[in-house]
Design a protein around this ligand. Structure first.
Ligand SMILES: Cc1cc2nc3c(=O)[nH]c(=O)nc-3n(C[C@H](O)[C@H](O)[C@H](O)COP(=O)(O)OP(=O)(O)OC[C@H]3O[C@@H](n4cnc5c(N)ncnc54)[C@H](O)[C@@H]3O)c2cc1C
Length: 738
């Protein structure tokens, strides 16, 4: 009866596992296709912030994917998080805190290429000019919440240093804040809390970029605390709600905000005091906070006629434009949202001009709305077109078609340009902010918590030897057939319920429980946070092997066809799959510190390796290199887990044969033994790297399938173990009878 129960449980578990895995594979295929599209369009890279996933640590729980408000930035692929549409990341920063194992770090993408990001200390202070701070989007970090956090941090730092510094001459303030967007406003409110003598200078009006959003635009945010105002705890506010709250705060707190004041330069004298020059005179202060945003100066098209009053760079209220012929220029979300808003107004004829052939960085919601509007003929999308001239009643565009170009003349009343904003680099440099990437501190590498296999295997080997010694010492008991053991003097102690056998069973159970605690350590929200993952992984391997040995001794080295025997068999399978996983692990590309590599990094490593071939015998080295390249050049393995596994094993076999042949040829050609050895080493490294690059997805898929299988076997083993314990407690004879 119990046997049938177990069979049904096995079949059900298998069916469930296969079903769930199939579903996962389908979605993995879809996401990989998405990633390929993103790579082709170049949208896999972020414009500013970028989540970097440490695959060594990622447990594929999907919490980061769920936490990200933008669609498609992160997806689960091969059981782990992968950045798919990096360009959609706007830096909400929710993924990193949502990750239970700290496997995500928010970084700037391609920092070395960026000449538009200021070089700042972690206190947001210009490294080139002490006392000059930046806050908000001008630092490169977007979002209202970040702007507020920056503003508060700068005011706090200024207050801390003001307390410590000497008194200053009359007329010198503690702090001058330039810009009254969310960063400047938060800085001003916190400066008031910290009782600083401060003033805010703003060229336009309170609210910054948010004040320029279209009417009723929803601003997505996370709970944010504004000093002296309190928590804004909703997920979204209309632009009008936010501006009204900010205006009420500025008015209620009587903030000294001077509007219509344009910053021209900042200089720091030898005494460390700043002079801030504006179109309305000079201000002096101990500290300056520049919260200028990045959109102060919209990018221009630089075409004749752009100075006409009908050319605008923001759209406040689409309803004000009706019955008009409108051209919207740009390919981002702002351009598409404006074009859609204008196209919905009665009588408007709206065309959207974009210089590229595809829209590549739109939010999925905007992309879908745009496609619907295009299908309905509500607006026209003029792809691969550029504005040439803007005349009074028309605009002239240049359309690229293949290699040729033709002119397109459109009747026109208004032009809206959404070509992004130029960060005020020149102004900031004049004020003492450096943008030189060489001055930037290197991004610290992600902390590595490798698994420490070597140590674990050494411990396991020692333990296995111990068991061997035990077995040999008691061979006159273990060597007996089961029925004959009853008469042995060792039986009372060594049988499963005996004085030694039972504690061994209990030990095996405890070890398995401890072994599973590793999973809880990986999913930190479930279990303890102490101890490095490396130690836990080592103990996972050691306790797994030790549990198997203890269970084997508990069964008196004679597992029976009982629930306990099945639990032991499942445990043995589990340990064996663990060992196989170790083999796959070696094929997952890793950096020297053990962190799993992304495909782009792997290609860079491969390119660096190619320089090493010339160090051996040149001609022969070239022959070996060509042979290795041929071995790794085949297309994706495709197919199922077994097929991928066979391909991996076969590729290793082919490498061995090829190397044997080549080394034999090398010896016959009279090459020195140490030179041949070096070449063989290089060939193995190159083959592994080439294999990893050519079969990146295959290898990750192999690892993912294995992880999946390993977990299901573990689950199954735990189920039978529980059944074994329950049955033993109910029916086993723990007394003296043999
Ligand atoms: C279309 C769009 C949609 C967005 N949606 C969201 C969203 O949903 N959620 C979200 O959190 N964020 C969103 N953002 C980003 C968010 O608006 C910005 O990150 C935030 O406004 C930055 O605040 P800030 O104070 O740093 O800069 P800003 O808001 O840009 O304020 C800078 C201020 O400095 C002033 N200034 C500039 N130069 C000078 C000068 N020389 N002299 C004097 N004053 C000067 C400007 O006039 C401006 O008032 C969006 C941005 C855009 C463009």
């Amino acid at each position: 009866m119990i046997g049938w129960g177990i069979l049904v449980a096995v079949i059900t578990a298998l069916a469930l596992a296969v079903f769930a895995r199939r579903r996962e594979l389908v979605s993995t295929r879809e996401r990989l296709a998405e990633r390929r599209t993103a790579l082709e369009r170049g949208t896999h890279k972020a414009r500013l912030l970028y989540p970097q996933v440490d695959l060594t640590q990622c447990i594929g729980c999907g919490l980061c994917v769920a936490a990200c408000p933008e669609e498609g930035v992160l997806e689960i692929v091969h059981g782990q998080a992968l950045v798919v549409h990096g360009a959609r990341c706007v830096g909400h920063g929710r993924c990193a805190p949502a990750c239970p194992v700290g496997a995500i770090a928010l970084t700037f993408a391609d920092l070395n290429e960026r000449r538009d990001l200021p070089v700042l200390s972690d206190k947001l202070e210009s490294t080139a000019t002490p006392g000059l701070f930046l806050a908000g989007e001008v630092t490169g970090f977007s979002l209202v919440r970040t702007a507020v956090a920056h503003g508060v941090a700068v005011a706090d730092e200024a207050a801390r240093r003001t307390l410590r510094s000497e008194s200053v001459p009359d007329g010198v303030r503690d702090l001058i804040v330039v810009g009254a967007g969310p960063a400047g406003l938060a800085c001003a409110l916190q400066a008031k809390v910290r009782e600083l003598d401060y003033v805010v200078l703003e060229q336009d009006e309170l609210g910054g970029t948010v004040a320029k959003y279209p009417r009723r635009k929803l601003v997505m945010t996370q709970p944010v605390t504004l000093p002296l105002v309190g928590v804004l705890d909703r997920e979204s506010y209309t632009k009008e709600e936010l501006i009204e709250t900010w205006r009420a705060a500025a008015h209620g707190q009587k903030l000294p905000i001077h509007t219509g004041v344009v910053l021209e330069s900042v200089s720091r004298a030898a005494d460390g005091l700043f002079t801030v020059r504006t179109n309305q005179g000079e201000w002096r202060a101990r500290f300056v906070c520049l919260a200028l945003g990045r959109r102060g100066t919209p990018n221009k098209l630089g075409v004749p006629g752009e100075e006409r009053t009908k050319v605008l760079y923001s759209l406040l209220d689409a309803q004000s434009y009706q019955g008009r012929k409108i051209l919207v220029v740009g390919g981002g979300d702002s351009a598409v949202e404006a074009a859609l808003g204008l196209a919905e107004q009665p009588g408007n004829e709206v065309a959207l001009s974009y210089r590229r052939e595809h829209f590549s960085r739109l939010k999925p919601r905007n992309e879908a709305r745009l496609n619907e509007a295009l299908q309905r003929g509500q607006l026209a999308a003029l792809m691969a077109t550029e504005v040439q001239r803007i005349d009074e009643g028309e605009v002239v565009l240049r359309a690229k078609e293949g290699g040729a170009a033709r002119e397109l003349v459109l009747p026109n009343d208004e032009v809206f340009v959404f070509a992004g904003g130029a960060p005020p680099v020149t102004l900031l440099e004049k004020c003492g902010v450096s943008f030189d990437p060489a001055q930037r501190a290197a991004t610290p590498p992600l902390a590595e918590s490798g698994p420490g296999f070597a140590r674990a295997l050494a411990v396991a080997l020692l333990l296995a030897l111990g068991v061997l010694v035990w077995t040999l010492a008691l061979h006159d008991y273990y060597g007996l057939p089961l029925v004959a053991r009853i008469d042995s003097r060792w039986h009372a102690a060594l049988r499963p319920t005996g004085a030694v056998g039972l504690p061994l069973g209990i030990l095996a159970t405890l070890l398995i429980s401890f072994n599973l605690a590793y999973l809880m350590r990986r999913a930190e929200w479930l279990g303890p946070r102490w101890g490095s993952l490396q130690r836990w992984m080592t103990s996972h391997i050691v306790t797994g092997i030790l549990a198997l040995l203890a269970a084997l001794l508990h069964s008196a080295l004679a597992p029976r066809s009982t629930v306990g025997g099945h639990a032991l068999a499942a445990l043995a399978v589990l340990v064996a799959t663990g060992a196989i996983g170790r083999y796959f692990y070696a094929f997952v590309p890793r950096a020297a510190n053990g962190r799993e590599l992304a495909l782009e990094e792997l290609h860079a490593q491969l390119a660096a390796l190619s320089a090493e071939w010339d160090r051996g015998h040149r001609d022969f080295g070239e022959r070996v290199r060509a042979a290795v390249a041929e071995l790794t050049a085949s297309g994706p393995w495709m197919g199922s887990f077994p097929r991928r596994l066979i391909s991996l094993l076969a590729s290793q076999g082919r490498l061995r044969q090829t190397l044997e042949r080549l080394l034999r040829d090398g010896r016959e050609a009279g090459l020195a033994a140490d030179q041949l050895e070096q070449l063989a080493k290089l060939a193995r490294r190159a083959h592994r790297a080439g294999l990893m690059a050519a079969h990146f997805e295959d290898l990750r898929a192999l690892m993912a399938s294995w992880r999946y299988f390993h977990r299901w076997v573990a689950l199954f083993m735990v189920a039978i173990l529980v059944a074994h314990i329950v049955i033993a407690l109910r029916y086993a004879d723990f007394g003296g009878s043999p």
